[in-house]
Design a binder for this molecule. Structure first.
Ligand SMILES: [Zn+2]
Length: 146
């Protein structure tokens, strides 16, 4: 990784930064487009509170498995504001088109009023020319109105 980076810098210094700048802006345009798409999808999705009025609170414990270990974090689902769209982004910054859409899994757990549910998802993105190897394990905890 380190070797590839310094090689890239070396090439760049020799050939000038024009093409690098161009590539970068192309990439960030694509990233901006992706985040616009994601926001639009979130705006278009119905609100959780409208679909599941009995849901009181929910949170997700996510463990992302990476090459040398795991990253854990908790994602709180704000029932009052959350859209019916649960996409956990891939934690690898170079991953393209990755992420974990677990909307149908979570919705099915909510509809069954499960207090806990867990599952796994493998990233389907790509890092450079290779497939992304990351995956997540998640545990949902939810509370419902009685
Ligand atoms: Zn990925």
């Amino acid at each position: 990784m380190r070797r590839r980076k310094s090689h890239g810098l070396f090439t760049n210094l020799r050939t000038g930064s024009g093409s690098l700048l161009y590539n970068n802006s192309g990439k960030s345009r694509a990233a901006a487009q992706r985040s616009r798409d994601r926001r639009k999808a979130e705006d278009d999705a119905p609100r959780l509170i409208d679909v599941l009025p009995g849901l009181r609170s929910a949170k997700l414990a996510v463990t992302e498995l990476v090459a040398n270990g795991a990253t854990k974090y908790i994602k709180h689902i704000v029932v009052a504001r959350s859209p019916v769209l649960f996409i956990i982004p891939c934690g690898d910054p170079v991953c393209q088109d990755g992420g974990h859409d677990i909307t149908s899994e979570l919705m099915s757990a909510f509809r069954k009023r499960l207090a806990t549910a867990s599952g796994e998802s493998a990233c389907s993105g790509t890092t450079g020319t290779a497939e992304c190897r990351r995956s997540i394990q998640y545990t949902l905890t939810a509370e419902y109105a009685s």
